[in-house]
Design a protein around this ligand. Structure first.
Ligand code: AMP
Length: 253
C-alpha cells in the first residue's frame, strides 16, 4: 500500500515538475506527410505545452469565414503559401497567449526564410525582458522521409472533422472504414490532400521551405530525425533531443 502511495506521490510530483519546466519553442520541419502533425500532438501531450499549427489556425479562419479566412481560402485550396505578414500576425497573437509561456510546438511555421528571421526577432523582443532569451531560441527538429513514401502517406491521409485525429488508410487505418475511432465522425480528405494538389505542395515545400532548414542549419540549430520509423520511436527520439537541450539550457551551457 505504502509502495503504491509512494508511486502516486512520485508520479504526481514528476507531473508537477513537467508542468513547471520551461521547454521553450520547438520548430518541427519537414515536408507535408512527414508526420509533423502527429508528432506535434505527441510532443505537446508529453510536455503539456500547446501545439501552434498555422495550417489549423488558417483553416479555422476559413471555416469561420473571417476576413482573413476569405482572403486566404483560394490560396490554400491551391496549395500555395499564404503571404508572410498574414501568417506572422496570427502566430504573434497565438504565442502571446498565457498557455504558450512555458513553450510551444510550431507546426507548419516557419515555412519561408523570412518567417524564420521574423520568429527569431519576435522571440528576442518578447522574451528578452523575461530572462528566457537567448535560451528561448527554437529547437529545430527536421523530420526526413523519402519522396515516394510521402506521396503514399498524404494520399492515404484521412482527418476527423470533430477531434482532428489523423489516420492513414495504409499505415494507421481506423477500426471501421472512414469512421473516427474516438467519436464516430465520418473522416474526410482535406482539400489540399487531394492527389492533384499534393505534388504542388511538395514542390512548394522544396522551393520555399528548404531555405528555412538551410537558415537554421547555418546557425547550427537543426536536429535531423528519420521520420520513416514507427510513430512512437520518432516521438522518443524527439523527446530525447528536447530534454538534452532543455537540460543544457538550464545549466547555462
Ligand atoms: P498545413 O496544414 O501546415 O499543411 O498548411 C495548410 C496550408 O496552409 C498550406 O498549404 C498553406 O496554404 C497554408 N500555410 C500554413 N502554414 C503556413 C505558413 N507558415 N506560411 C504560409 N502559408 C501557410
Amino acid at each position: 500500500m505504502a509502495g503504491i502511495l509512494e508511486q502516486e506521490r512520485v508520479g504526481a510530483s514528476s507531473m508537477a515538475e513537467q508542468l513547471l519546466r520551461n521547454i521553450g519553442p520547438i520548430v518541427l520541419l519537414g515536408p507535408p506527410g512527414a508526420g509533423k502533425g502527429t508528432q506535434s500532438k505527441n510532443i505537446t501531450q508529453h510536455y503539456r505545452i500547446p501545439q501552434v499549427s498555422t495550417g489549423d489556425l488558417l483553416r479555422e479562419h476559413v471555416r469561420q469565414a473571417t476576413p482573413l479566412g476569405v482572403e486566404v481560402k483560394e490560396l490554400m485550396a491551391r496549395g500555395e503559401l499564404v503571404p508572410d505578414h498574414l501568417v506572422c500576425d496570427i502566430v504573434a497573437w497565438r504565442l502571446r497567449e498565457p498557455d504558450a509561456q512555458r513553450g510551444f510546438v510550431l507546426d507548419g511555421f516557419p515555412r519561408a526564410q523570412k518567417q524564420a528571421v521574423w520568429l527569431d526577432a519576435f522571440l528576442k523582443f518578447e522574451f528578452f525582458e523575461t530572462g528566457k532569451w537567448p535560451a528561448w531560441l527554437p529547437i529545430v527538429v527536421r523530420l526526413q522521409v523519402d519522396y515516394n513514401k510521402l506521396l503514399l502517406r498524404i494520399a492515404g491521409r484521412r482527418t476527423c472533422p470533430t477531434c482532428g485525429r489523423i489516420y492513414n488508410v495504409h499505415s494507421q487505418p481506423p477500426l471501421v472504414n472512414e469512421i473516427c475511432d474516438v467519436d464516430g465522425s465520418k473522416l474526410f480528405i482535406r482539400d489540399d490532400d487531394r492527389e492533384e494538389v499534393i505534388r504542388e505542395r511538395l514542390a512548394t515545400y522544396e522551393r520555399q521551405t528548404k531555405p528555412v532548414a538551410d537558415y537554421y542549419e547555418r546557425l547550427g540549430r537543426v536536429v535531423t530525425i528519420d521520420g520513416d520509423q514507427p510513430v512512437d520511436e520518432v516521438t522518443a527520439r524527439i523527446v530525447q533531443e528536447i530534454d538534452g537541450r532543455a537540460a543544457a539550457a538550464s545549466e547555462g551551457k
